[in-house]
Structure formats: structure tokens, C-alpha cells
Design a binder for this molecule. Structure first.
Ligand SMILES: C[S@@+](CC[C@H](N)C(=O)[O-])C[C@H]1O[C@@H](n2cnc3c(N)ncnc32)[C@H](O)[C@@H]1O
Length: 416
């Protein structure tokens, strides 16, 4: 039996759904709703402590509700969750979620919260996009599904990526072996990466045709899904990204911050924490962005990164910087307990969503810590571990790296 209820929504959850209470008192998550709204919702799943519901109708809209500009959002594309909310409201939700996660999960009261750093661009900000291909469709998955929404243009990616889409679509039509295509907009042109289950060297002709269609400075790389190895199919399998007045080599499989303008602000905040002559540890160092920027002021910097492609880029970038005081080690951070236990003036931590391995946090012997996080729940967990060891938060700041989505970046500075 389907149950519909009128629900007053009172908050926004990490994950992007609005939250209210059913008549039974159980919390209910309603994607597409906004705090303050009265909605008619259909309960689709009941758990012991909460329920999930679909939004049937907004009975009393919130002042923050706007018309989403993107037709694909309206058709259920799972790339964004919040195009129906005014941008200021999105920032407010994220700030509230960040505080809530640290207070509730981290049991950290009296947070030294700084004002959020908004994204200068609310749309057209992503320098990279990962499109899936399936049965002739090219686009993004629907929310919580593997079904594709065919996308001809995406409002959150940089214009150069949208301009490339028709050529990518034409060149890849009928190519069943390609499951995903990533497009990164570098300072020296586009890098298109073809991903599939087969040996990418079979796609050399296809890559040449794609590069010809795209024209200009365009490189094409190939990756067999699950492999660490990247093949250059047309030109070199990397581009350079501009950050803080420097250029960083970034290969097809290496991480780079997706919103260049917010990354610029983040890099400024991180490097402002580096003191002259300091010994700095950069855990999860990627292509070496923070480590290399820090090396301009520090005495010595050691970066730890497990992905061979990112570590290869970091070595190339160190050579480009002519930085003699930086070392990069390719290793799992979880295995760097002894290194963490050395004496450091500053440690930069920028882990993936899973956060940092607990033994490393328990071994850290650093006067100060700058923790860059893309998941407030693991940030809360890890800061709680550090707080139990005598570190206290000196500041906490939200940076909106991902407008139109519920994802958030936060910078926590700790000292002991
Ligand atoms: C959020 S990115 C940060 C990269 C870099 N700080 C930057 O801003 O460009 C996280 C990085 O950690 C790496 N990584 C993920 N798990 C790791 C682990 N267990 N040990 C070492 N590196 C890891 C990823 O490959 C990625 O480069």
C-alpha cells in the first residue's frame, strides 16, 4: 500500500535530501524538497529509525526555491541535487551540515567557524567531467541508479568541455567497448580519456579521428578500467593545470581539484599556514600541488601519495619547480605511521572521502595540522581522534568547491 503524507521539512541532510518528520514521528528524507516547505510525499522505504519518500507536490514552497535552469536536472540527472535552491541558500545548507556533523558526530562544541568561501562561479565551474556511455547515450547516471540520462550540454562544466561534447558523441557513436569518457580542460588544451574493459591500444585510430574532429590542442588517452596504467593514444596522456600562478602536470588518472577558482582560494589558505623554514608533511599529496607550493617557504617537504600516476606527475612537477627540498613517496598513507611519528612543524592532510587511517592520526607528531576534507562525516571522526590527543581546532571553514550539489569542501586548522 502506498502511503502519502503532508510533511513539513525542517532541514537539509548530508546527501542532498530535505528532512522532515512523518506523523509517526520517524525522520523522513525527501530528495527535491527544501527546508521550510510543506510537501506531499510518498513513503517509498521504511527503516527502523527513518524513512525515505518521493516528492509528489510542493504545497508551500520555501523562498529559496527557484526554477532549475537545466532540463537534465528536471529529467532526473544525478549529477546535481540542488539546482532548485538559490545559491545563498545552498551555502547556508552546507554550513549547517558542516557544523551539525562536527557537533553531532565529532562531539566538538564551540566550533571556531569562519564565513564560508563561495564559488565565484555558480555554474560552468568544473574543469573535468566524467561521462558514461551506454547503448548510444552519453551522459550521467540518474540518482541512485545506473540508468543514463543523455546529456547534450551540462551547466556545471566549463564551456570548453560542453563545446567538445558533439564531437565526442559523434566519434564514439557505436563504440561499445568504451564505457566512460573523461574530459579535462587544461591550460594547454583538452585531455580526453577513453575508458573500457579492453586494451586501450586498440583505440588508436578512434583517438586520431576524435582529435581531428575536436581540432586545436587536444590529447587522447586510454585506460583499461581497473588498471593503473594510462596509454597515450594521441599526444601525451596529460595536460597542465594552472594554480597559484604555477602549472602542474596532471595525467589522465591523477586527481586535481575540480573547481579551479575555488582551488586557487584553497591553495592560498593552505600555504598561508606554512611558516618559513618549517618541516612539512603532505599526506595524500596528489600531483604535488600543496607540497610544491609549500616548498617555496618551507625547509623540507615530504609528500605521500599512493597512485603511481599522481606520484609520477608530482616528480615531474618537482623537476619543473626545481624544488630541491621536496620528496615524494609512493605509498599508502596507512603505511606511513613511522613517517607521521617524526617531528613535523606542519602536516597537510587532504584524504579522499574515507578520511585518514586512525593509526596515522594517532601517531602524528606535528605542531599544527591543516586538514582539507571533502566529507564532513569523516572530518568529524578524524578531528575527534586528534582532539582526544590534545589538538584543538583553531579554525573551520567551508569552501564551496561543488555548487549545485550537496558536496562540500572544508578546511580545518588544528594546533596543540
Ligand atoms: C583529495 S585528493 C588530494 C590531492 C592533492 N592534495 C590535491 O589537492 O591535488 C586525495 C589524493 O589521495 C590519494 N589517495 C587516496 N587514498 C590514498 C591512500 N590510502 N594513501 C595515499 N594516497 C591516497 C588519491 O590518489 C588522491 O591523489
Amino acid at each position: 500500500m502506498t502511503v502519502t503524507e503532508k510533511v513539513r521539512l525542517h532541514g537539509m541532510a548530508y546527501g542532498g535530501a530535505a528532512v522532515g518528520r512523518l506523523d509517526s514521528g520517524a525522520a523522513v528524507f525527501v530528495p527535491g524538497g527544501l527546508p521550510g516547505e510543506l510537501v506531499e510525499a510518498q513513503v517509498i522505504e521504511r527503516k527502523r529509525n527513518f524513512a525515505r519518500a518521493g516528492l509528489l507536490q510542493v504545497l508551500e514552497p520555501a523562498p529559496a526555491r527557484i526554477d532549475p535552469p537545466c532540463p537534465h536536472f528536471m529529467a532526473g540527472c544525478g549529477g546535481c541535487e540542488w539546482q532548485h535552491a538559490a545559491y545563498d541558500a545552498q551555502l547556508g545548507y552546507k554550513q549547517r551540515i558542516l557544523v551539525d556533523q562536527l557537533e553531532r558526530l565529532g562531539k566538538l562544541p564551540n566550533l571556531p567557524l569562519l564565513p564560508p568561501v563561495p564559488s565565484p562561479l555558480e555554474f560552468r565551474y568544473r574543469n573535468v567531467a566524467e561521462f558514461h556511455l551506454q547503448g548510444g547515450a552519453l551522459g550521467f547516471h540518474r540518482a541512485s541508479s545506473h540508468q543514463l540520462v543523455d546529456v547534450d550540454s551540462c551547466p556545471i562544466v566549463e564551456d570548453s568541455i560542453n563545446r567538445a561534447l558533439p564531437a565526442v558523441r559523434e566519434a564514439l557513436a557505436g563504440q561499445a567497448a568504451i564505457e566512460q569518457v573523461d574530459v579535462r580542460n587544461g591550460a594547454d588544451g583538452l585531455l580526453v580519456t577513453l575508458l573500457g574493459q579492453t586494451d586501450p591500444r586498440a583505440h588508436k585510430l578512434l583517438a586520431a579521428g576524435l582529435a581531428e574532429r575536436l581540432g586545436g590542442d587536444c590529447r587522447v588517452a586510454g585506460v583499461r578500467i581497473g588498471s593503473d596504467r594510462t596509454r597515450g593514444l594521441h599526444g601525451q596522456p596529460f595536460v597542465h593545470m594552472q594554480l597559484a600562478g604555477k602549472r602542474f602536470r596532471v595525467s589522465a588518472q591523477s586527481f586535481f581539484q575540480v573547481n579551479s577558482q575555488v582551488a586557487e582560494k584553497l591553495a592560498g589558505l593552505v600555504t598561508a599556514e606554512v611558516g618559513g623554514g618549517e618541516r612539512v608533511l603532505d599526506l595524500f599529496s596528489g600531483v604535488g600541488t600543496f607540497a610544491l607550493l609549500a616548498s617555496e617557504r618551507a625547509r623540507e617537504v615530504v609528500g605521500v601519495e599512493e597512485h603511481p600516476s599522481a606520484t609520477g606527475d608530482a616528480h615531474a612537477n618537482a623537476a619543473e619547480f626545481a624544488a630541491g627540498n621536496v620528496q615524494f613517496r609512493q605509498a599508502d598513507v596507512a603505511s606511513a605511521v613511522d613517517l607521521a611519528a617524526e617531528r613535523w612543524d606542519l602536516t597537510i592532510l587532504d584524504p579522499p572521502r574515507a578520511g585518514c587511517a586512525r593509526p596515522v592520526l594517532e601517531a602524528l607528531n606535528s605542531n599544527r595540522i591543516v586538514y582539507v576534507s571533502c566529507d564532513p562525516s569523516t572530518l568529524a571522526r578524524d578531528v575527534a581522534v586528534l582532539a582526544a590527543r590534545g589538538y584543538s581546532l583553531s579554525s573551520l571553514q567551508l569552501l564551496d568547491m561543488f555548487p549545485q550539489t550537496y558536496h562540500l569542501e572544508a578546511l580545518a586548522v588544528l594546533a596543540r
